[in-house]
Write a protein that binds this ligand. Structure first.
Ligand code: FUL
Length: 464
């Protein structure tokens, strides 16, 4: 008798295990990210550095006629930049190797208008090299901005300039790396010095620059790099320079978009991109920077935060102190996940492999999934004792596509249920969505995913 019962139990266990292991994962809903795009999304925050002739001439958009001799930082220190950026949680840095004025921060063969004609290190300096090496020493990723528009070059808008520009891309991709991103700015054509012509020139950017070749050059040498801007971009501009991604943010641009193009939010820590002494009192406040973080990283986008290097060649102490405090504030706010030990329950599960408990197992490769005929779902977290929360963080398993269209939150304490009003919108999730709300005491948190493009695939949920 005993053996019969044992046999039956073993059989049942085998059948259950076999059933669990053959539960099929949901089919992807296209588009999906490439491995490189997903790795890039995981960087989340990194820095921009705007530095060049504009810095020394108190300009934002140099005309292309300020003498190279005016580039004269007294005390440049790329290690100070890298150490500062590291201290404020930045994963990498993108340098304006050339801005619209055409002045190159490396000793290029493509134009005379470059750092070798400046007094810096008696013409022996190369800031692209100095920063790329400092990044290696400090464990930061390195990227390059090389403005397509060149207000100095006499042949801008003619075919000769395209060859010059490609020579610059060639030098930058050949001699400095590895690169994690290459930035093609969208400002193109207009008035300028143009070798003394002093006129307005316009071009058709998508056709003029031969962006396809530019992309091949970058990717042939830096296969992991993202291309920002131009018709062959792999990541896209958010559409403003104020520091926020829109409330509804699809990596596929729109709900029915066919290409995966995650968003990058670029914003400066000061009003200008370049350093101006009269902006020393206008560095963004901690509240402003934290709001930017939640509305960029928290809205399914990467944050590219600009630091204008000052006249002496250093990141200004006001900017660095503010950025470090910003980083500490965010780190404190998101330091202790109150759902880590919670009991999780969902109204629909696609079998054991995709059970609700996968959202707080700390493993980004596992996820809770609902059945194919279930494009919504409710998940609840029960805590042993009441906790105070004011942030909820959700991540989809985006390898299978971005799916969630909207969700809403509810809390409960001692069996009393109440809605949680988020300040941030609750449309779309994607790689990451963080919503903020006034602190509430709960012993249960419920998330209703009420609309999705298919079955849910949620890899992570946290609350703080
Ligand atoms: C813009 C440029 O015109 C600004 O000067 C700055 O470089 C910003 C990041 O991109 O398009």
């Amino acid at each position: 008798m005993y053996f019969c019962v044992m046999k039956r139990m073993i059989l049942i266990t085998f059948v259950a295990l076999a059933f669990a292991s053959c539960t099929k994962a949901p089919k992807p809903i296209y588009p999906v990210p490439t491995a490189e795009q997903l790795a890039w999304q995981q960087h989340e925050t990194y820095a921009f550095i705007h530095f060049g002739l504009n810095t020394f001439n108190d300009l934002e958009w140099g005309y292309g006629n300020t003498p190279a001799a005016t580039f004269n930082p007294s005390d440049i220190d790329c290690d100070q930049w890298a150490a500062t950026l590291k201290n404020c949680g930045m994963k990498g840095v993108i340098l304006t190797a050339k801005h619209h004025d055409g002045f190159c921060l490396w000793p290029t063969e493509s134009t005379e208008y470059n750092i070798s004609k400046s007094p810096y290190k008696d013409g022996e300096g190369d800031i692209v090299k100095e920063l790329s090496e400092a990044c290696k020493r400090h464990g930061l990723l390195f990227g390059i901005y090389c403005s397509p528009w060149d207000r100095n070059n006499a042949s801008y808008a003619f075919p000769e300039y395209v060859a010059t520009y490609h020579k610059q891309i060639d030098e930058l991709t050949r001699n400095y790396g590895p690169l994690f991103e290459f930035w093609f700015d969208g400002a193109n054509g207009g008035n300028g010095y143009y070798g003394g012509a002093d006129e307005t020139r316009s071009i058709d950017p998508d056709n003029y620059y031969d962006y396809q070749r530019a992309k091949y050059t970058v990717l042939a040498r830096h296969p992991d790099a993202m291309i920002f801007g131009g018709p062959y971009q792999t990541v896209r501009w958010v559409g403003n320079e104020k520091g926020f991604a829109y409330a509804t943010n699809w990596c596929n641009v729109t709900e029915n978009g066919t290409e995966w193009q995650p968003t990058e939010v670029d914003v400066s820590i000061r009003p200008g991109w370049f350093y101006h002494q009269n902006e020393d009192a206008k560095v963004k406040t901690i509240n402003e920077l934290c709001d930017i973080y939640y509305r960029s990283v928290g809205h399914n986008a990467n944050l590219l935060l600009n630091f204008p290097v000052a006249l002496n060649g250093k990141i200004h102490p006001i900017d660095s102190a503010r950025a470090v405090e910003f980083y500490q504030t965010i780190s404190n706010e998101l330091s202790h996940n109150l759902l880590a030990q919670a009991k999780v329950h969902a109204d629909d599960e696609r079998g054991y492999r995709f059970s609700a408990s996968k959202v707080n197992d700390g493993n980004p490769e596992t996820y809770w999934a609902t059945n194919d005929d279930y494009p919504y779902g409710t998940i609840s977290f029960s805590m042993d004792k009441p906790v105070e929360i004011s942030r909820v963080l959700i991540q989809e398993y985006v390898k299978l596509g971005q799916r969630v269209k909207s969700f809403y939150l509810e809390g409960a304490l001692d069996g009393e249920y109440f809605p949680i009003q988020a300040y941030d919108s609750t449309t779309t999730v994607g790689y990451k969505r963080i919503v903020r709300f006034d602190p509430v005491e709960v012993d249960k948190l419920i998330i209703y995913f009420d609309e999705s493009r298919g079955s849910l695939c949620i890899s992570n949920i946290e609350a703080y």
